[in-house]
Design a binder for this molecule. Sequence first.
Ligand code: ADP
Ligand code: MG
Length: 293
Amino acid sequence: ATPTALQVASATGARLGVFIKGHRAVESARRIDTVVLDKTGTVTEGRMTVADVAVADGHARQDVLRHAGAVEDASEHVIAAAVARFARAELGALPPVTDFAALAGLGARGVVDGRAVVVGSARLLEREGLPVPESLGAALAAWADGGHSAVLVAVDGAVCGALALSDTVKPSARDAVARLHAMGLRTLLLTGDGAAAAHAVAAKIGITEVIAEVLPADKAAVIARLRDEGRRVAMVGDGVNDAPALARAELGLAVVDGTDLAIAAADLILVRDDLDVVPSALALARGTLGTIR
Ligand code: ADP
Ligand code: MG
């Protein structure tokens, strides 16, 4: 039998590192007008490192690192791993944590040395009613300008310090965005990170539309809202957090290193952790529809 256009596209796709799950993907790719990209781990490498530490007046650097490190050692977020690694490198062994709780898209909490510790975004600390001391203001402003993500640390109800995290933008991201624009597509950066860090990354890669500080559970709702506004949305993501958003989009693209869950929710699976596969996959899927018709 002669191979179908989908089979031909699938063979070409396999060479590019693109797996097309079915006709739905091919048809959706033709219709989309907006590509929403998840920031951490999709546009960026997702390998965070601690770039700086700031200590509030009246507190000690060692306490900030000890308490934050202990709680983050029990967390699974890429930010948490970076904080725990950094604290351990500076202090050696970290104390145990009890009453640990992960707060999705916000941070984590636990009890260390009998003291209540909260580690996470500015939004989390605000939600907890913990004011950020003025003595941290200059460092936080400088980090925001530099595009760093900030993590705040509170012990027994007082914010005692903060850490700046940095992540590298994938070398392929800027070109990939330019190719999407050349194909007539609009791009949008979607993230749970703060607005300053998100805009800094967006500017580096040529994206002007940013939706930041979105909780993992709300990403799918953002996609639904964009579709309600009449946009035909493709979503590119990686993590477990992104699976509902991938499923809600007209077309879901999972970049591997992705999780099994995100892959199950995707229509196109990109097995090269490189963003230039995104425009290639869309061009391939769009071309295929032409031959089917
Ligand atoms: P993204 O959408 O970029 O993949 P997430 O939704 O996973 O990001 O996280 C959003 C934000 O929540 C992070 O930028 C960080 O500020 C905060 N956060 C989440 N988990 C942690 C943690 N374990 N420690 C510190 N901050 C955290
Ligand atoms: Mg992510």
